[in-house]
Design a binder for this molecule. Sequence first.
Ligand SMILES: [Zn+2]
Length: 228
Amino acid sequence: MSKEQSRILLGVIAYLSLVFYVFGLAGTGSIQDPVLAPAPALSPALSPATEILCFNLESKILRESDTNLGCSIDEASLGDSPINHGDIRPNVLNPVFEVRFLAAQEAAKAAGFEIRITSGYRSQALQEKLFADAIKKYGSEEEASKWVLPKDISHHPWGTAIDVNYPGDKTAVKWLEDNGSLFGLCRVYENEWWHFEPVIAPGDTCPAMMVNALESLEGLPTSANDSN
Ligand SMILES: [Zn+2]
């Protein structure tokens, strides 16, 4: 490179440096921002929608919608996932679970079956009493746990378990066993035809039933299961 070429090159570099410096200062707002601004969030219409069921508590009409469109103000959603309890103890049945049951109850009625909740949310005090009664009846905590779980573990005090028509019309409850998955409701124990939980999303398949409630204690970090 000749001296002349070097001078020209240095001149160009100096010029460009000045240009970048000036534009760099001036452009901190108006020029750079459009480039650096975060991409706008996808509009709801572009994000994937999950099908949901909406139940009108007044008219008792059940219809399909999706998670983008949602349910109308007059409707309650049946949700799009299994219903698990949180950390805070409730004092009522889980409200989405209740909507699921009410929608199922209406469908059962249309099919000629009457189903109703005979035991839903229970206080921990009541569950404790029921468990103590069961120990007297069955002779040990282990035997009792096949029918009634301790208050800390049972899903009734968490508002995520219901007993349907017990003791009563077992035939109508078979309808719920066969059709409950459409509403996200499953019978979970082989020895309790009346006990249902919202363990799936509406429309999914219910898991295989456990033999009894004692089986649900396996693997839990608790001393409630004598057999562990
Ligand atoms: Zn139960």
